[in-house]
Design a protein around this ligand. Structure first.
Ligand code: XMP
Length: 544
């Protein structure tokens, strides 16, 4: 299970409480609903995108496996079903199938790529292996201008294709709606409520894809578009009150977007029954602990217990160089400190945390459970048996951008909501080599300059992350008439959708120049600045 970044502290607790089997999760029926769109996952790398695009159009959507029974989706009150693409061929042994309930319930269906082929195969048409794989941009031509799915769209437009098999014969009752040079049947419909697309409307490479999804949602499925941050907040407040009753809730607040939104949402629902614990591990950025306190205690009026455990964390990092050992040391110490702080509060019943939907989805797919561990994010120790806390996870079905919108709706300050992710082990994994107070201070000074210049250049919100790394290399330099022998600071800036992949950013030379100049002039012991031009993969975003 990975995290998209900033959930830091409570992610430790999540892993911990799951490891101990101490937690119970929200019941399935407690997720946000109203009108729902079911996205059936046939294994496409774009399935998450389908769900996101649908939600961007204000319709709540959830991804379920192809094996999901009606009972597992009925609480969503589905208004339609979208079948994702996938790597299989319909003729493969064990190829995923459209569940029978989709047809039995007579729900509107949109099949995408493999999803369309599965429809064709199951409804009596014919799919064949294409002579050549069609991959990349194609120009799609509508057969006539009458399909609801293409309502308001030009006769021809760009689409993104990625398929091997293709539809050769349509099932009875269906007609072709569009074609490309390579696919005589690139879109199909039965004139009622089942449609299929050979291309991918969910990706940005299909520039008008969102209009197609919009047509499906609002014309075919007759959705209303009730999924808004305001409705989410109202529903969540009611749900949290019901779940928590008169119980006491603790929340590990890190100041990152996810834990902040979780805390404020809970505070709106249960007020004084919530106590937030903020642990200063000494591994945060300049002024960070002070700002978090000021925002949450003074401005937002939350009950906040501040624990300064800087010395404890530094002690357990003493002499540690290995990145994995650092991560585990920080994680385990965090749990000890948190548990001690919580035990002083008297009775606690629930642990609130900001688990997000990508974490939920990832933890459900078997491939992700068995994939190689690159870095330890969550699996650090366990909560002591006696804590036995139940979980409150109000963001469990939200994507990151939705969390940000909910934060704004709740009145969180803009700077808080747009914050870039920051890892749980903090600056410990950006100080290469041994972590000491002095080296942390040096890094904090460099990092402050990087962020300051990025913000002044108006780039902060466009970047997934931007930060400094203090390397353990020393190089010779010259300042005035003197020789210097100082550390190398590396600057990193990346863009990313979800932290699974990332691109290094082509920062303007003058921004890089200012960062470099200021660091070597303002930060003692650093005499050289380099820029990291590695994408992920093959690099990772953090250096350790
Ligand atoms: P990597 O370095 O694996 O980072 O490419 C991917 C994203 O995750 C963040 N990160 C963490 N977040 N706990 C967290 O909550 C961690 O232990 C952790 N390690 C890395 C990283 O900043 C990036 O956004």
């Amino acid at each position: 299970m990975t995290t998209t970044g900033d959930l830091e502290v409570s992610s430790y607790l999540q892993a911990a409480s799951q490891a101990e089997g101490a937690a119970t999760e929200l019941a399935d029926g407690e997720r946000p609903v109203g009108e729902g769109m079911v996205v059936i996952d046939f294994g496409s790398q774009y399935t998450h995108l389908i769900a996101r695009r649908v939600r961007e159009l204000h319709v709540y959507s959830e991804i379920v496996p192809a094996t999901a029974a009606w009972d597992q989706v009925s609480h969503l009150d589905p208004k339609g079903v979208i079948l994702s693409g996938g790597p299989a061929s319909v003729y493969d042994a064990g190829a995923p199938r459209v569940p029978d309930w989709v047809f039995e319930k007579r729900l509107p269906v949109l099949g995408i790529c493999y999803g369309m082929q599965a429809l064709v195969h199951q409804l009596g048409g014919k799919v064949v292996a294409g002579a050549k794989r069609e991959y990349g941009h194609s120009l799609l031509h509508q057969n006539n201008m009458e399909a609801d799915l293409f309502c308001g769209m030009p006769p021809s437009f760009q689409v993104w294709m990625s398929h091997g098999d293709r539809v050769e014969a349509l099932p009875p009752g269906f007609s072709s709606l569009a074609f490309t040079d390579n696919s005589p049947i690139a879109a199909m419909g039965n004139g009622q409520n089942i449609v299929g697309l050979q291309f991918h409307p969910e990706v940005n490479h299909t520039p008008l894809g969102k209009t197609i999804l919009q047509n499906f949602l609002f014309q075919t499925c007759r959705c209303q578009g009730t999924w808004t941050p305001r409705n989410f907040v109202a529903e969540s407040v009611a749900r949290i009150r019901e779940q928590v009753g008169d119980g006491q809730v603790i929340c590990a607040l890190s100041g990152g977007v996810d834990s902040s939104v979780t805390a404020v949402l809970l505070h709106r629902a249960i007020g004084e029954q919530l106590t937030c614990i903020f642990v200063n591990n000494g591994l945060m950025r300049l002024e960070e602990p002070e700002r978090v306190q000021a925002t949450f205690r003074r401005h937002l009026g939350l009950k906040l217990q501040f624990v300064d455990a800087t010395d404890r964390f530094l002690a357990c990092l003493k002499g540690v160089i290995d990145p994995e050992v650092k991560r585990k040391a920080v994680g385990q110490e965090f749990i000890r400190v948190f548990e001690e702080a919580a035990s002083q509060l008297g009775r606690t019943d629930f642990l609130a945390q900001g688990t997000l939907y990508p974490d939920v989805i990832e933890s459900q797919t078997p491939e992700n459970r068995t994939s190689a561990r690159i870095k330890t994010h969550h699996n650090v120790g366990g909560l002591p048996e006696h804590m036995k806390l139940k979980l409150v996870e109000p963001l469990r079905y939200l994507f990151k951008d939705e969390v940000r919108n909910v934060g704004l709706e709740l009145g969180l300050p803009h700077e808080m909501v747009v914050r870039q992710p920051f890892p749980g082990p903090g600056l410990a994994i950006r100080v290469i080599g041994e972590v000491t107070k002095d080296r942390l201070d040096t890094l904090r000074a460099c990092d402050w300059i990087v962020i300051d210049e990025i913000k002044k250049a108006n780039l902060y919100e466009d970047l997934w992350q931007s930060f400094a790394v203090l390397t353990d290399s020393r190089t010779v330099g010259v300042m005035g008439d003197y020789r210097t022998y100082g550390y190398v600071c590396a600057v990193r800036a990346v863009t990313s959708e979800d932290a699974m992949t990332a691109d290094w950013v082509r920062l303007p030379y003058d921004v890089l120049g200012r960062i470099s100049n200021r660091i070597v002039n303002e930060v003692p012991n650093v005499n050289r600045v380099v820029y990291d031009i590695t994408s992920k993969p093959p690099g990772t975003i953090e250096w350790e």
